[in-house]
Design a protein around this ligand. Sequence first.
Ligand SMILES: Nc1ncnc2c1ncn2[C@@H]1O[C@H](COP(=O)(O)OP(=O)(O)OP(=O)(O)O)[C@@H](O)[C@H]1O
Ligand SMILES: [Mg+2]
Length: 328
Amino acid sequence: MRIVVTGSIATDHLMTFPGRISEQLIAGKLDRISLSLLVDVLEVRDGGVAANIAYGLARLGHRPLLVGAVGADFHDYGGRLAGLGVDTSAVHVSATRHTARFLCTTDTDGRQLASFYTGAMAEASMIDLADVLRRHDGADLVLIGADDPSAMVRHTRACRTLGIPFAADPSQQLARLTGPEIRELVEGADHLFTNEYEHELLLSKTGWTRDDVLRRVSVWITTLGDKGSRIERADESPLDVPAVPADKVADPTGVGDAFRAGYLASLAAGADAEQCARMGSALATMALSAVGTQTYTPAPGRVRELLAAAYGRDTLPTADAPAEAGRG
Ligand SMILES: Nc1ncnc2c1ncn2[C@@H]1O[C@H](COP(=O)(O)OP(=O)(O)OP(=O)(O)O)[C@@H](O)[C@H]1O
Ligand SMILES: [Mg+2]
């Protein structure tokens, strides 16, 4: 099963200021603010939802096609993803802009000053998905993740026109998208992914009821943090899947993306929605235990151990079906 993952590709530059940012602000002089914080730690982390999901799929033995827009500075990051098995040949490289970047300085009290530079992501709407798929042997499923809003709408339309199943995963862009845009992204989706808050935000912005949404998608998966996930389909009772307990919570960033990677990898292996959600939960827990969003290593043995401990040995997929069946 050929999975195409579209969405943001970005890097996070996380700095630590060994003091209080608030103590550097002078009341009465803020209209002339000119402040440089001398920071003593800089961590650069690779991220972006599409890259995170593609990373997880590649680590499970798949060869996802990554579709998004970056700058020339993506060279090393892209090389690392390619080395792990992500097909980066369809990534659009901007001639003028840098890869999207989140710059954040955190002080000793956890107070933050941050900026998000959209950069090359603004060019994602220039990507013609139909053309990309023609040049890359088509797709069995396209995930449309958070990206430049017009790119998300454009990719969704391309899937609908070509009759290719797609997974709608608007996540953080729900805050930015209008009701009509969200309706367009969801209509006819094979899968819809949200977290608990996005579930409600989607209903409020579209004006649709839960049943209205379920009439338009085959399955709606909502992640509920440490409470696990919920699978909803029209005319069926919701199915709750518990989370895989985490021994260690190192960094919650990117757990949702790891969940999607695990879910889609199992889907490619022919698993049902419950098994897919279990695999998603196992991967999410692994991501939760590692600092960064592309740092966990889902060794097959460890994944099976986590699944067996959380859901019982009798629920395990036979052999290492998810990785093997998805190759190619
Ligand atoms: N504390 C936790 N313990 C175990 N599993 C967790 C925990 N938090 C999250 N998870 C797993 O991760 C999945 C996704 O979590 P969540 O619903 O918080 O996603 P999210 O809000 O989209 O996160 P993000 O956008 O930061 O990646 C959950 O369904 C669950 O399987
Ligand atoms: Mg999320």
